[in-house]
Ligand binder design. Sequence first.
Ligand code: PMT
Length: 222
Amino acid sequence: DRPAPLQGRCALITAGPTREPLDPVRFIGNRSSGRMGYALAAALAARGAEVTLVSGPSALAPPALAGLVRVETASQMAAAVMERVAGCDLFVATAAVADYRPAAPASDKIKKDAAELTIRLVRNPDILAQVAASPARPFTVGFAAETERLEEHAAAKLRAKGLDMIAANRVGGEAGGFDADDNALVVLWPGGRRAFALMPKTRLAEQLADLIVERYLASLAG
Ligand code: PMT
């Protein structure tokens, strides 16, 4: 039997993309498949945690977990997370949450009468920042998806949101990132850093889960 260092602990994980409706049939979305988040959910469950996965639309079969909550929009994801976060020991935000949504989605299908169309967007709630700012917050792990200056941007997000840890990946390149089988990560925490080379997301999730366990247990030890 493998050791279960997270036995009796609960973990809440976001995964996949969000979809922000433009009208009843169209949305603004992104290329997240859910692979990274689903693999991490499975890896934390394998270490004994009671895992609840809050997932945006994904074609993947979900891993066997304590709970699966399917959502579509960032606002729904925020509500699902904030309802469940109290009393949770770990929170990991792997979801690619839309930063903006259409201000006023059309109630009927938008017609192509006009030569140009302008859509006004408004900011979505930042779920990770809300969790990090919540009272008695869980051990909070964010992701950072960057196309350039990976570590610099990730370190800024770690500081700005007051996270316990951030896992940064390069996106929009040839290998890794969105909708790929493989990924590479640079993980930062206050006073520490570890790099993981390009490998299948399932294996990467195992290694990241071990690091999360290590840092989480260290945080309990004070
Ligand atoms: O799903 P896959 O195809 O396997 O791809 C995996 C991935 C590339 C999507 C994943 O590894 C990843 O990087 N996820 C984070 C994507 C992202 O939106 O990063 P960001 O740098 O824009 O956001 C920073 C952090 O804030 C993330 O933890 C994000 O979940 C969180 N966030 C962002 C905006 C928002 N409104 N709410 C949030 O919680």
